[in-house]
Design a protein around this ligand. Structure first.
Ligand code: SF4
Length: 545
């Protein structure tokens, strides 16, 4: 079965912005934290917020203790905002595009005009815009409502940002025909239009479409309606378990899309559910990554690559690599168990996997503890002492922001332990490996930040104020450093020019992650392997020249 995933689905800019405000408040521990109304129309995200202690205020007159109150992307009437601000610190998550519609309504009223809004009367966004209309705003949801409109003399027509383009055009033309002196201002958000057009295009390529989103989400339902109109079988689901697996397996091809309030982690769950039942290759990659083979091999390959520049692999070095690999499997799998609760908030498919394979992970812990002890002793007992110290340090830093230094620290400790006196070329190669390690850390964080989940506060991303641009700038800076520090190596030996290939691949990874492909988290994680693998390959080639 071919699975196509919409390029534009899930959280739109406005919703992501509002969710990030909650994240910031959580990170700064500004309790109590409230959202004025449910933050988004997605029950799963609301459940997570509830677990994190974020409460919902339904009425601005309520008597909840003072705290921080986040206004959701739909916006609210100005009167309610003023009342709320008397008691709470307001973090305004109103989407800038909704703010624009509110401003247009306010301007029209100040010019003595009336406002007609084409949208859903009950929707929070409409109620918010009406708050700026001083009783001169009218909502039209269907042709039926036209007869309820008063005599309009001078007016503007606005649209709900998630309104269907075709319906808006038809209704607004009908109003204009009835009352001549009106102005149409199309305020439909492009994000909605792009998603709807993509569903139309996807419908031409597949036999059925899965639409993920809250059953009460207007834009999710609209996507499902569009797919139905295109003659496709539609599965509107809130969670993967609702997919009729046996039925859908019979389909030749299926497309997946999601409403603007559906988080990417939920899209990942649905893709994972389908792929896990239809692709052996996907299952292999998932086990490779979730059981920590990927992360362990990444560091071992970098270390092995470095060894190739110093001493080629011999039997003794083999024990060193085995002990390092075992130590890393121990470290990462231990962290997996300890991180289980955090994964539930930002990497749900990994949380589900770990719960399911808890016994296997515990067995791996035991196995690699023994393997680490034996291989370390066979190499040199001092190595075992070093690993014990590193493991204790790792546990001490585990919940802190400095945990990200552990990989560079492990790598540096090993190098200094074995090669305390190295020359300029070794130093430059050592720097290359350090840059790769830090780059990979940032790359993983950028991939995890795309799940739209609630990231733990020990992420560097939290330190960067949850601003993705900063994360990407840092990644670019590391690529720049990598290239700059390759130049002296080329000066020493011209064959070192092939190391630039590494930074070309790093740039490719940067581009992949920046494009935010949906539902590809397992593939994106495994793509990281390309850097250590290339480094070790290049080190073999360069050790011969
Ligand atoms: S759909 Fe558009 S207007 Fe509405 S919250 Fe999202 S980005 Fe803003």
């Amino acid at each position: 079965m071919k699975i196509r995933i919409a390029k534009k689905a899930g959280f739109c800019m406005g919703v992501r912005r509002a969710v990030n405000l909650v994240l910031e408040a959580l990170n700064k521990k500004k309790y109590p934290i409230y959202t004025y109304g449910p933050l988004i129309h997605n029950p799963q995200t609301l459940e997570l917020l509830n677990k994190l202690g974020v409460k919902i205020i339904k009425d601005f007159k309520n008597d909840s203790p003072s705290g921080v109150c986040i206004i959701r992307a739909h916006g609210i009437p100005p009167q309610e905002k003023e009342e709320l601000s008397k008691k709470h610190e307001i973090l305004d998550g109103t989407c800038p595009r909704v703010l624009k519609v509110q401003a247009l309504a306010k301007k029209a009223i100040s010019e003595g005009k009336e406002v007609v809004i084409i949208g859903d009367k009950e929707h929070a966004e409409i109620k918010g815009i009406l708050g700026y209309c001083q009783n001169k705003g009218y909502v039209v949801s269907s042709f039926e409502d036209l007869k309820n409109l008063p005599e309009l003399k001078n007016y503007v027509i606005l649209s709900q940002t998630t309104q269907d383009e075709k319906l808006f055009q038809e209704i607004s033309q009908a109003i204009l025909k009835k009352y001549l002196k009106g102005e149409i201002i199309n305020t439909i958000c492009k994000a909605t239009e792009v998603r709807q057009n993509e569903v139309r295009n996807l419908s031409k390529m597949v036999s059925s479409i899965i639409v993920i989103g809250g059953k009460f989400s207007a834009n999710t339902n609209r996507l499902a309606e569009i797919a139905k109109k295109e003659g496709k079988k539609v599965y509107l689901i809130e969670k993967p378990e609702e997919i009729p697996l046996e039925e859908i397996k019979k389909e030749k091809s299926v497309a997946i899309t999601a409403g603007a309030s559906t988080p990417n982690w939920l899209i990942n769950e649905v893709v994972d559910f389908l792929k896990s039942h239809t692709s052996k290759f996907y299952l292999f990659l998932k086990h490779f990554s979730f059981l920590s083979f990927l992360h362990s091999f990444n560091l071992v390959l970098l270390f092995w690559g470095f060894l190739n520049f110093t001493y080629p692999l011999n039997q003794k070095n083999f024990f060193l690599l085995l002990s390092l690999f075992s130590f890393l499997m121990l470290k990462y799998n231990l962290e997996n168990l300890q991180n289980l609760r955090s994964f539930e908030f930002y990497y749900s498919i990994k949380a589900i996997f770990i719960k399911k394979h808890e016994k296997l992970i515990k067995f791996l812990l035991l196995f690699f503890s023994l393997s680490c002890a034996i291989s370390s002793i066979l190499y040199h007992p001092k190595v075992l002492a070093l690993f014990i110290v590193l493991l204790i340090l790792n546990q001490a830093l585990f919940r802190s922001l400095f945990h990200f230094i552990m990989e560079p620290l492990i790598f540096t400790a090993l190098i200094l332990f074995f090669y305390p006196l190295f020359n300029l070329s070794f130093f430059l190669i050592f720097l290359q490996t350090l840059f790769i390690l830090i780059f990979l850390h940032l790359y993983f964080e950028s991939v995890y930040s795309q799940t739209d989940g609630f990231l733990p506060s020990n992420f560097l991303f939290a330190l960067l104020g949850y601003k993705e641009e900063r994360l990407y700038k840092l990644m670019l800076f590391l690529i720049f450093l990598g290239v700059i520090f390759t130049l002296p190596l080329i000066f020493i030996n011209k064959f070192f020019i092939i190391l630039l290939l590494l930074w070309l691949f790093a740039y490719k990874l940067y581009v992949f992650s920046k494009n935010r492909p949906l539902g590809q988290i397992v593939y994106l994680e495994n793509l990281s392997f390309i850097l250590p693998f290339t480094f070790s390959l290049l080190s073999i080639i360069l050790s011969y020249v």
